[in-house]
Design a binder for this molecule. Structure first.
Ligand SMILES: N[C@@H](CCC(=O)N[C@@H](CS)C(=O)NCC(=O)O)C(=O)O
Length: 227
């Protein structure tokens, strides 16, 4: 008898953060999953590396498979459910994009934890430099793929999930760190990227997630009077 499909528990804080690409992939995979928000720091010692996100894969008759590291979790799900190509070079093109985005998020976060004597404007200039390059490269990738709104191929990919999570964390999550960050990013977005984000958010496979989560497009293309 075939074993039952695995189900998942995603442990994270109740924020967008590093977890959004994982949520998008779980939703797109059509698997059963729930999210857990452990008490912190009480539950810190119970996580594999003391940090979250953590993914628990539950398969009947097998011990739980527990992994950390947001990028590792997303890659694992992408490979398992067909959101990364088997061709190693094609997969690497997507993964480099994912890693670059992760660096921009981490650098932006560092601006909030300056050491004494460090200049926030200098730090922010570094973030702008890699962010502007990333937007330029992403726009070229979208154009090369025929400006369909998909970054690679004709279906949702790891790169699409990563990109959606990236702009969501900047334009919604980071507003608590820098009030005008959504306006700053909106001014940088190209029409190709706007089209791409709209397509990801409208994906029927993601409906269960996007219906209950905050809408990125409401911030990317706000209705008049709602800014
Ligand atoms: N490289 C890790 C970083 C994980 C990380 O920094 N997690 C933060 C939340 S975004 C955390 O667990 N903070 C609580 C703590 O360190 O106690 C990843 O990408 O998953």
């Amino acid at each position: 008898m075939a074993s039952a499909a695995p189900t998942y528990v995603l442990r994270y804080f109740p924020v967008i953060g590093f977890a959004e690409p994982i949520r998008v992939l779980l939703a797109a995979a059509g698997v059963e999953w729930t999210e857990e928000h452990p008490e912190w720091p009480q539950e810190k010692p119970n996580q594999p590396f003391g940090r979250m996100p953590v993914l628990i894969e539950k398969t009947e008759g097998k011990p739980d498979f527990v992994i950390s590291e947001s990028q590792t979790i997303a890659r694992y799900l992408a490979r398992k459910y067909g959101f990364l190509p088997a061709d190693l070079q094609e997969a690497a093109m997507q993964e480099q994009f994912f890693d670059q985005q992760h660096d921009v998020v981490a650098d932006f976060n560092k601006c909030e934890t300056l050491a004494e004597g460090e200049d926030r404007r200098e730090r922010r200039k570094d973030v702008d430099e890699i962010l502007d390059k990333l937007i330029e490269v992403q726009t070229a990738i979208l154009q090369r793929n025929g400006n369909t709104g998909r970054m690679f191929g004709d279906g949702l990919s790891l790169a699409d999930a990563a990109s959606y999570g990236f702009y969501k964390v900047f334009m919604i999550g980071f507003v608590r760190l820098q009030a005008d960050i959504a306006n700053v990013i909106r001014a940088k977005l190209t029409p190709e990227i706007v089209k791409h984000l709209a397509l990801v958010e409208a994906d029927p496979a993601l409906k269960a997630h996007t219906d209950k989560a905050e809408s990125l497009m409401a911030v990317v293309q706000p209705q008049p009077g709602k800014l």
